[in-house]
Design a protein around this ligand. Sequence first.
Ligand code: FBP
Length: 549
Amino acid sequence: MKKSALQTARAAYLPKLPEAIKAGVKVVEGAPTQSVADQAEIKELFPNTYGMPVLTFAKSDEKKNYPAINVGVILSGGQAPGGHNVISGLFDGIKAMNKDSRLFGFLLGPGGLIDHKYIELTADIIDEYRNTGGFDIIGSGRTKLEKEDQFDKGLEIIKELGIKAVVIIGGDDSNTNACVLAEYYKQKNTGVQVIGCPKTIDGDLKNEMIESSFGFDTACKVYSEVIGNIQRDCNSAQKYWHFIKLMGRSASHIALECALQTQPNICLISEEIEEKQMTLDDVVNYIANIVAARAEQGNNFGTVLIPEGLIEFIPAMKRLIAELNDFLAENGAEFAMIKKSEQINYIIKHLSPENSAIYASLPEGVARQLTLDRDPHGNVQVSLIETEKLLGEMVARRLATMKDEGKYAGKFATQYHFFGYEGRCAAPSNFDADYCYSLGYTASLLIAEGKTGYMSSVRNTTKPASQWVAGGVPVTMMMNMERRHGEMKPVIQKALVRLDGKPFNYFVSQREEWAMNTCYVYPGPIQYFGPTEVCDQPTMTLQLEQEGK
Ligand code: FBP
């Protein structure tokens, strides 16, 4: 396969590991744990994996003889930079314990385990993928691993390959399912262990014990580079308002981090909009007022960052989407038969009066996008909804009214962007390359210690990698009960942007200044070689969150 010069040079990069796990380790057990909420229910659902202690690996001089083991690995859900390094860390970890250990990769996500599709990951294959972006080494997928017949089907191939443990690299839903699988295999005395790894560019799988999900660092740096480039263009021509939507299905961590890195004129934070019970009109007015105030100073240009999940956080839109979800779940077949030109009217006729009125007021493109197929978890595919255009068009209409009222005399021309897929497979930053390799290596240690139902954890990550703390966190500790598809289910609590957190508060303290003055920062591309202050900085979110800890 032809490689770029950077790829060739980057292949030689040796990811850093925490000092404590470079040679022999011993396990230090913390106190028993509890789930973040709904303790009695979660304990009852996970009798074998509930309450386990947090684990930390410490240096040890004791020489251990590890038997050869076979391990399976699965990449689950959306791509995130660094997945290949988790796998190479896992591979190197099990090989360091015993050179005869073997690693099997299940193909195209959890479906590979159920359908018995796999490859053996040999040293040659692993070497091709070290420090590269993407999940293409074995592919990823969104099949939900949640039913007992799937678990049993998986067990057949696990037994056939003599696999001792399965590592599932995924987000909150995939790690929830990993824990259900761990519990099931333990309850059935299969001897098969299941370990999770925290992945998602969205950054919403984090808590006291998991400082960050991997991929967030690289993805935000890629988006911030292009936002910075757009801001320079914007400030050079001074004629466009750029509406930039950023990925992040639900939480606004990506938008917030990019705002901290680039200092745009406006950044919307979905969690704040929900908290303030803002309507779509309130959001439009907020943007239009800043556009008008800048125009008064002669500045008919600017940048607006919009989190992808915004639409579902506007309370009235959330109610509309909830009714649409239920309606389409029941009437999907009939809806599919309706002529395209009649579909919008059909929906308007069938919704409740409040939702029908909102639906009817939406631009046609957005109305259509809201009826597109749901993902396997039943979610609206927010990445397909052009919120940036919806807002841009509504702001234009609002400004026209303001003009008629003599409240605005500027010019308003827009450019639209959506950054998401561009960052998910970027070559991992040094942070993600090191963090992911360490997560994979730590997973191998958890397996060797016979653990199951744990998520690999690497903490203290704002310090140099040598001081990072590796260990395991029981997945049940992160769980609470939530309503999913009309039923209460145990799930890992999603980490939304905290409105009392330091990253958001710092942003709030700056945003008026950034709105009126042009304070753009241009972060430039990720650097892989050079001084540590250029190459090894963690995200500002992580730095602010860990400040003083
Ligand atoms: P994960 O939660 O699986 O990591 O995926 C996150 C994400 O990148 C979201 O930001 C985005 O909304 C979604 O995936 C897009 O999904 P798809 O890749 O299926 O288009």
